[in-house]
Design a protein around this ligand. Sequence first.
Ligand SMILES: Cc1ncc(COP(=O)(O)O)c(C=O)c1O
Length: 370
Amino acid sequence: MDLSKMVRKNLADIKPYVPGKPIEEVERELGIKNVIKMAANENPLGPSPKSVSAIQDLAAKAQIYPDGNCYYLKDALSQHWEVSPNQLMVGNGSDELLKLIAETFLLPGDEVVIGQPSFSEYIFAAKLMDAECIFVPLKDFTHDLSAMAEKITDKTKLLFVCNPNNPTGTVVTKQEVDDLMEKVPDNVMVIFDEAYYEYVQNQEYPKTLDYVKQGRKNVIILRTFSKVYGLAGLRIGYGIAHPEVISWIKRTMEPFNVNNFAQAAALAGIKDQNHVRESVQLNEAGKKQIYRGLEERGLSYVPTEANFIFIKVGVSSKELFPAMLQRGVIVRSGDIFGNEDYIRLTVGTEEQNKRFFDALDDSLAGLKIK
Ligand SMILES: Cc1ncc(COP(=O)(O)O)c(C=O)c1O
């Protein structure tokens, strides 16, 4: 029996997502301890203590289905962003929302415009629906929005702007986004993936929420609780768009897509903006520490607006990655993004950043001697 003839043909073209290695797996395989992960852009401070107690409070009520409408969380988000609850959708991570957007809009043969390199889930979502990915190379590590606008055809349904971009950490400016939005026809949905929104310091960062507030129907903003809110393990993200857009996407949603714990922890997180500020401050201090360390070593990097840094390591990341692993530091290898001599490093605590440099020095010395 040849299953490949039975399954949908487009699945053959989908590469399963390769996650960063979990700490436990590295410790088990290499027989080492105290491994640190600086590979998945998680918050080194962890969640707000208020989120932790919200989860604990609910533990003994795990038998109860979650609120399928995420009423309290949407209520808090609507106050926080001054939008109405019907302009919000909540997903099992923004990953889920990306997939639901694809299911809502894409038919086989439709085109999706994507920057390259960018977040891999856009490709997954498009391919899952048998749509065509139209890749537009980054310019100076940044989305080239005018080149992306030029790629729009009659077949284009979606255009993704990852802002800040994963893996490069760069942002497009308000002016660039305004120019893009003037060119984009009404029947092309522009998705601004702002997973790292809270970390951005650049004053020219666009307020994409204004487009939604002005009533534009071809804009979706995606945010997440996985990054600055430190809740990646619970899987919860949200989207903001015109109510009609939300109501169509909701048709593709499972009834209880976001679990109780995630909803409660996110609600507590939104109410603890001090923790957000502390996390951003830690990130700013970490960025400076890492920039300094890289400059001392003569290594170049892409200045970041997020909580990770794209670093030119001058050797193949395919070799550096396992060498760093041996020294107990997990980073993201650049070859998966098509930049073999780069790594993507999540900004850690002061101590973690020091350990990164120790491991890097050791690994590079080993690789250069060879
Ligand atoms: C740009 C970008 N968008 C979305 C996500 C997914 O976030 P979530 O954990 O909410 O699914 C990530 C996670 O790394 C990301 O980097």
